[in-house]
Design a protein around this ligand. Structure first.
Ligand code: ZN
Length: 62
């Protein structure tokens, strides 16, 4: 199974980055970061809007 790597990047000032294969995990960790560091509680849609799919190229097997 080919699981895509997902990336959440905070704004340039913060520079925070999260990468995971697990969308739920990245959403949870992203939400915790936003709460702790920015005192914000983003919705799922807002977090998803920050999320990028990183294509898996190196060593891909099918
Ligand atoms: Zn941040």
């Amino acid at each position: 199974m080919n699981e895509e790597l997902k990336l959440i990047q905070c704004d340039d000032k913060c520079g925070f980055q999260l990468r995971s294969h697990d969308e739920k995990e990245i959403m949870d960790l992203g939400r915790i970061h936003m709460k702790n560091k920015h005192n914000m509680t983003p919705s799922d849609a807002e977090l998803r809007a920050k999320m990028t799919i990183v294509p898996q190229t190196a060593g891909s097997k099918r």
